[in-house]
Design a protein around this ligand. Structure first.
Ligand code: SP5
Ligand code: ZN
Length: 328
């Protein structure tokens, strides 16, 4: 399996964030990426590939120019004038610190997912049915993550919505996309970006009640043309492997399979792990392997996009197990 990865994604490294009024070490750290890379590197089936720079256009298909300019210039303006009046205008919480390196890493994270999506699309277009066995899967090892970023708002460690950007690439040529978001948190940014659209189908399983607090309810089903194409499955904290897999299986049979998509994008967070610091259902490392197997049963060319997961001791094996489960 190809893994798109870049060291430039390590540069964004804020020192602190505020959670529940407390100043703590920034949890969305470069170490997360290093741990995942180390683990995948130790297994023979993963090939690391560097992204190609495909420019701003794919990013601008999701994010308006004024927001992109804000991300590019906010740090320098802040330093130069000792305070930027717009600093909070595009920001919805205290986890999206903008440092001198933030734009570069966020842009690179988007380039990682863009390159991975283009590679998957090219592979599918050039392959015969027979070559599609085994099922093609590619991993975009993105950082910073993306699913909380709205078109013009950064939040929850996310600046550019990587899953949404790759959706717009895979949707070209009248193809249908389903986004399956298995991060512990509800992907409010992705939901909002596509709320009025029937393509992609957005499906999220997430811990509730928890961040981002005001979204992720079952009653949010999409609007207008998008009505019926947004599916939220809130889960209680005591959800274990069996319960989680039962709910995932149900939504695959009832919503994902009947949608008949051409591509699957998995917003892959492993903060559902039982000992995660800020998330945490009762999922075990073994559970992630079963999750990967179930995702494989959807039987679509699949782009995995890295989102959250904060337990550094197991983040590598948990991400690896989803991918191994898919690949067996
Ligand atoms: C990509 C991603 O996983 N972003 C998550 C951002 C969550 N930030 C807010 C965390 C608030 C945690 N609430 C405290 C609950 C204590 N268990
Ligand atoms: Zn998360």
């Amino acid at each position: 399996m190809k893994v798109f990865y870049s060291n430039v994604c390590l540069k964004h490294a804020p020192k602190h964030e505020i959670i529940s009024g407390n100043l703590i070490d920034y949890l969305e750290s470069p170490s997360r990426l290093i741990k995942i890379k180390e683990y995948l590197d130790s297994l023979p089936i993963f090939d690391f590939v560097s992204p190609i720079d495909n420019g701003l256009d794919p990013i601008l298909s999701v994010h308006p120019k004024d927001y992109v300019e804000y991300l590019q210039t906010a740090y320098d303006e802040w330093v130069n004038i000792g305070g930027n009046k717009d600093a909070g205008l595009y920001c919805s919480d205290l986890s999206c610190c903008i440092t001198k390196d933030t734009w570069e890493s966020a842009y690179e994270s988007a380039q990682v997912v863009i390159s991975a999506a283009l590679e998957l699309k090219r592979f599918v277009e050039e392959s015969s049915e027979k070559e599609m066995n085994p099922l093609p899967g590619i991993f975009a090892l993105c950082r910073p993550p993306g699913h909380h970023a709205n078109s013009n708002v950064c939040s929850g460690y996310c600046f550019l919505n990587n899953a949404a950007i790759s959706t717009n690439i895979l949707k070209k040529d009248n193809k249908k996309v389903v986004i399956l978001d298995i991060d512990y948190h509800h992907g409010n940014g992705t939901q909002d970006i596509f709320y009025l659209s029937s393509n992609p189908l957005y499906v999220s399983l997430h811990g509730s009640p928890d961040y981002p607090w005001f979204t992720g309810n079952e009653s949010e089903k999409g609007e207008g043309e998008g009505e019926g194409f947004n599916v939220n499955i809130p889960l209680s904290k005591d959800t274990d492997d069996d319960e989680y897999l039962k709910k995932l299986k149900k939504v695959i049979y009832e919503n994902i399979n009947p949608y008949n998509a051409d591509y699957l994008i998995v917003s892959l967070g492993v903060d559902t792990y039982k000992d995660d610091i800020i998330g945490g259902l009762q999922i075990t490392s073994e559970g992630y392997k079963r999750m990967g197997e179930l995702i494989k049963s959807i039987n679509l060319p699949t782009l995995f996009v890295m989102e959250g997961g904060y337990h550094l001791e197991t983040i590598g094996i948990n991400v690896g197990n989803v991918l191994l489960g898919f690949n067996t």
